[in-house]
Write a protein that binds this ligand. Structure first.
Ligand code: ADP
Ligand code: MG
Length: 254
């Protein structure tokens, strides 16, 4: 079980998240949903053990991850939001680097990499440098890099950005399969549709605080709304979208 207990993170004077608490269980995909700047990346980076909280703690099976951060990082598979990868390497070279850091045996690693590349449909691009890959191709490499060592806990920060329709479908199925395999999956996104389709529970962040947290069908029930989109509108959207859109058009025309 993964527990985030009353976590607050300040960047200087700015509170990015405040008093965030939630729980994710094995076999479950927990969605972390919120508009840009609501604190999703901060939250998942803390869960991944890459960022220290200002206060509060993250526990796995009851133990604070800071008691052994190295062990925690070994069981985490983290797929970052920004496809910032070593652009002078080829896809397989990058994955080999990651796999070696993860201490995967070379022959196993080679096989894993080939399978990932083939399954993602980028095997034909294996000799090209990452700098020449499309955003979606780089994203596939990052997803592969996060899963190579068969982690217990998978943390994905907006992994569907830049993926084509076919790959998005594969990703959805993959996330469900990871959970069915007994892993804990934390999936951060601002794309409601994706979360609604792959997550069993959701934590909705608004301005760094938990606005709502429950099983998806319970949230709809509680809010008496027919879909998560209505719940989301009620909870997270405080700006009037029409107003914002027309304001943007106006600003463009200045
Ligand atoms: P999200 O992923 O939901 O877009 P983030 O966790 O990236 O949200 O950001 C939450 C808030 O913290 C935002 O106001 C953002 O500007 C701020 N923030 C994020 N990272 C940093 C950082 N490294 N330094 C200062 N402020 C940051
Ligand atoms: Mg983010």
């Amino acid at each position: 079980m993964l527990e985030i207990v009353n976590v607050t993170k300040y960047y200087g004077a700015l509170a990015a998240i405040r008093g965030v608490s939630f729980t994710a269980r094995r076999g479950e995909v927990l969605g972390c949903l919120g508009p840009n700047g609501s604190g999703k990346s901060t939250t998942v980076n803390i869960v991944a053990g890459l960022l220290d909280p200002t206060s509060g703690e993250v526990r796995v099976d009851g133990e604070d991850i800071r008691r052994d951060l190295f062990a925690h990082r070994r069981r985490i598979g983290y797929v970052p939001e920004t496809p910032e990868v070593y652009s002078y390497l080829t896809g397989p070279e990058y994955l080999t680097l990651v796999g070696r850091l993860r201490r995967i045996a070379p022959d196993v690693l080679e096989e894993k990499i080939e399978r990932f590349l083939r399954l993602f449909g980028i095997y034909g691009d294996r000799h090209g440098r990452l700098s020449g890959y499309s955003k979606g191709m780089r994203q596939k490499i990052l997803i592969a890099a996060g899963l190579l060592h068969d982690p217990e806990i998978v943390v994905l920060d907006e992994p569907s950005s830049g993926l084509d329709v076919g790959t998005t479908l594969v990703l959805k199925q993959l996330i469900r399969a990871l959970a069915a395999d007994g892993k804990i999956v934390l999936y951060s996104s601002h794309v409601l549709e994706f979360v609604e389709q792959v997550c069993s529970s959701v934590v909705i962040l608004r301005e760094g605080r938990v606005a709502a947290s429950d099983r998806i069908e319970r949230l709809e029930e509680l809010m008496n709304q027919p879909s998560l989109e209505q719940v989301w509108r009620q909870l997270a959207l405080h700006d009037d979208t029409d107003e914002v859109a027309s304001g943007l058009i106006e600003a463009m025309r200045l």
